[in-house]
Design a protein around this ligand. Structure first.
Ligand code: HEC
Ligand code: HEC
Ligand code: HEC
Ligand code: HEC
Ligand code: HEC
Length: 178
């Protein structure tokens, strides 16, 4: 009887002890997943929908680095102003912020939506030259309006590795970690 009691006690203690790491792993998987994060506030609410769907601009018209380098890059205000200097902005808060920042020589600090930790590295050009589309990893950004871009694909190590395996790409640690 006493032996049985000890066993139950041991099991109960183990359950409590194990619950902590299990909860932590579940929280990381579900609640801290990049795709579970709310849309980040941006200094200017930039509508992709207007520029991509309504105007028909290519992704790489603005994200010029994507096909040639690691970073896709976000254009500077000068680039936006090629068009926006001739578009009425008075009384339109998001455009007023844009024009005022430009005239006072400020830069816009966009909040990063996708962001790998420093120890992992990603190269846009390699993936695009292989034949992937932006939408394979970023979803239908062209239909995202205000308030901003949402991450729709996990893009953590497991996701990177699965796709690498499926497409015969390298999977040794040094590919993605310095
Ligand atoms: C007129 C210029 C313009 C065009 C065209 C454009 N973008 Fe963007 N994009 C931006 C700006 C400005 C931001 C920063 C604001 C934001 O994150 O909402 C951005 C942000 C993004 C981000 C989030 C970056 C991060 O921090 O992780 C992704 C992903 C993205 N764009 C993908 C695309 C894709 C895919 C297309 C084509 C369907 C596209 N963009 C077309 C200007 C543009
Ligand atoms: C194979 C998956 C994949 C594809 C395809 C892809 N991206 Fe990305 N993108 C990522 C990842 C991962 C990050 C985060 C990189 C980091 O934090 O270093 C990112 C970050 C970004 C960013 C913000 C940082 C930066 O690089 O400037 C923009 C903007 C962006 N992508 C736009 C695009 C556009 C536009 C295309 C298509 C021309 C595209 N991406 C195709 C995976 C992808
Ligand atoms: C090729 C021309 C072009 C470029 C480049 C461009 N835009 Fe636009 N943008 C437009 C047009 C056209 C509209 C729609 C204007 C309208 O509704 O009258 C617009 C609309 C907007 C709006 C929505 C305004 C509102 O009141 O809803 C914002 C914000 C904006 N642009 C920001 C930017 C930013 C930031 C950049 C640079 C990253 C940029 N645009 C680059 C042409 C452009
Ligand atoms: C949609 C599928 C897919 C996803 C998702 C993906 N990759 Fe890749 N990646 C590939 C393929 C395929 C190649 C090989 C391209 C080639 O050999 O031309 C590659 C190549 C690379 C390279 C260059 C390797 C070299 O030999 O120079 C790096 C670095 C890389 N990926 C990092 C990442 C990281 C980090 C992630 C996750 C954030 C990721 N990839 C997500 C398919 C993917
Ligand atoms: C195809 C790209 C890729 C390859 C190959 C890869 N990793 Fe990663 N790894 C990532 C990315 C992206 C992250 C950051 C996102 C995350 O935490 O999953 C990461 C995160 C990590 C972390 C931190 C995990 C955490 O909890 O923060 C460790 C440790 C790690 N990798 C070890 C390795 C080892 C060891 C190998 C080789 C067996 C390896 N990785 C191969 C892409 C890769």
């Amino acid at each position: 009887m006493q032996r049985y009691f000890r066993l139950v006690l041991f099991a109960a203690v183990m359950l409590v002890v194990l619950a902590i790491p299990v909860a932590a792993v579940l929280a990381r998987t579900y609640f801290l997943a990049p795709t579970a994060q709310p849309v980040k506030a941006q200094p200017i609410q930039f509508p992709h929908q207007v520029h991509v769907q309504a105007m028909g601009l290519d992704c790489t018209f603005c994200h010029r680095g994507a096909t040639t380098s690691a970073q896709a890059t976000i254009p500077a205000l000068e680039f936006c102003m090629n068009c926006h200097k001739v578009i009425p902005w008075q009384g339109r808060p998001e455009l007023e912020k844009l024009v005022q920042a430009f005239e006072s020589g400020q830069t816009i600090q966009w909040n990063k939506v996708h962001q790998l930790p420093d120890h992992a590295h990603f190269v846009h050009s390699v993936h695009l030259n292989f034949g992937f589309q932006c939408a394979d990893c970023h979803g239908d950004v062209g239909s995202m309006g205000k308030p901003g871009v949402k991450q729709v694909r996990d893009l953590r190590m497991g996701d990177c590795l699965t796709c690498h395996q499926q497409n015969g790409a390298r999977t040794d640690c040094s590919v993605c970690h310095y």
